[in-house]
Design a protein around this ligand. Structure first.
Ligand code: GAL
Length: 345
């Protein structure tokens, strides 16, 4: 290469380095004044999801305080309709959201959302309602934030097994077998499936024989759980020694049914929930529930916010330690009455 040609190449390299570092700096957080995050929840009346969203907004305000970047959050309620949710995502994309967070209505049906987002090159963070791994592999800008579902079932089973071992009164008929009924969340939801399976298998793994009296799907919902429990109380009455609920709201529905039936609290079955929502914690505190399992809404909200922020500002996601480059999964924690004060606000 001649001397002149060599100089020209170096000159070109210098210009492109300046340009590149210029655009990189521009994309990095500091020079962006605001970002817009669109969120759609499957049902805004779901207790756990609504508390998770409250935490999300709190962390967003904190992040704005730390970074000086305004974080605008548009929250939509899909009201349990996948087609409504798809239309909401379309609107968020039209409105220029930098990232979209989706609490899927139907976790088996993310295709329309993935296609629209990929088309507009806007990353999607799915949360709480986990899509199958193959769907998350369909584009490299898809993420999931949630919890380690099987842990919650194991912990719920441990709480129930300990209650049976520690308190002879839990075995009301004294036959050495734990007669139970179970209240399940939505059919097909990863948490319903896994919690139902692991809670029961953990009790038997702890050496306690169980007998299933009945089960009911109450869709995470307190009122539905009350109705279903009332039916089972009519059928099995005193025989029920344990009520396992896939979440706290359904455990509280079961308590509502026991109260409505005017059953003396001394004769109540052992009741265990999952989530550690405010109302759930209150029921553990006052002894109505033997315990619950903390579904770390703060951790999930913070993980989702940090990830959304990183993606929107084209920051570095490597500091977030994503599992397989795509997942944030928070651990659960057991809460008994002696621990409840650490969790109450
Ligand atoms: C679960 C939670 C339930 C319900 C459900 C909604 O993780 O324990 O209470 O909120 O998510 O998808």
């Amino acid at each position: 290469m001649g001397k002149r040609k060599g100089l020209a190449v170096i000159w070109m390299l210098c210009i492109s380095m300046v340009l590149c570092s210029g655009c990189r700096r521009e994309r990095k957080g500091q020079e962006i004044e605001s970002i817009r995050i669109g969120v759609t929840v499957y049902d805004q009346y779901d207790t756990f999801v609504s508390q998770l969203m409250e935490s999300f907004k709190i962390y967003a305000r904190k992040k704005t305080g730390e970074t000086g970047i305004a974080i605008n959050i548009d929250v939509y309620n899909a009201s349990a309709s996948q087609s409504t949710q798809n239309a909401q995502v379309e609107e968020m994309l039209e409105n220029g959201c930098d990232v979209i967070c989706v609490n899927l209505v139907d976790r088996t049906d993310p295709t329309t959302i993935i296609d629209m987002a990929e088309n507009d090159n806007v990353p999607v963070i799915f949360f709480n309602r986990e899509l199958v791994a193959e769907d998350l592999e369909r584009w490299n800008q898809l993420y999931y934030v949630g919890a380690k579902a099987f842990e919650s079932g194991i912990m719920e089973g441990e709480i129930a097994a300990d209650a049976f071992k520690k308190d002879p009164a839990a075995d009301k008929n004294g036959d050495g077998i734990f007669q139970y009924m179970i209240l399940e969340g939505e059919a097909g939801h990863q948490d319903s499936i896994v919690r139902t399976e692991y809670s029961v298998s953990t009790i038997t793994d702890n050496g306690i024989e169980v007998e299933k009296l009945g089960y009911a799907i109450a869709n995470w919902n307190r009122a539905q759980a009350q109705t279903k429990t009332a039916q089972m109380l009519n059928e099995y009455g005193e025989k029920i020694e344990l009520i396992l609920a896939n979440n706290d709201d359904m455990a509280l529905g079961a308590i509502d049914a026991l109260k409505a039936a005017e059953i003396d609290p001394q004769d109540w079955p052992v009741i265990v929930g999952i989530d550690g929502t405010d109302v759930g914690l209150e029921a553990v505190k006052n002894g109505e529930m033997a315990g619950t399992v903390y579904n770390d809404k703060e951790g999930q909200a913070r993980g989702m916010l940090d990830l959304a922020y990183a993606l929107a500002t084209e920051g570095d996601t490597s500091v977030l330690n994503l599992e397989d480059g795509k997942y944030i999964r928070l651990p659960y924690q057991k809460i008994l009455s002696e621990d409840v004060y650490r969790y109450l606000k």
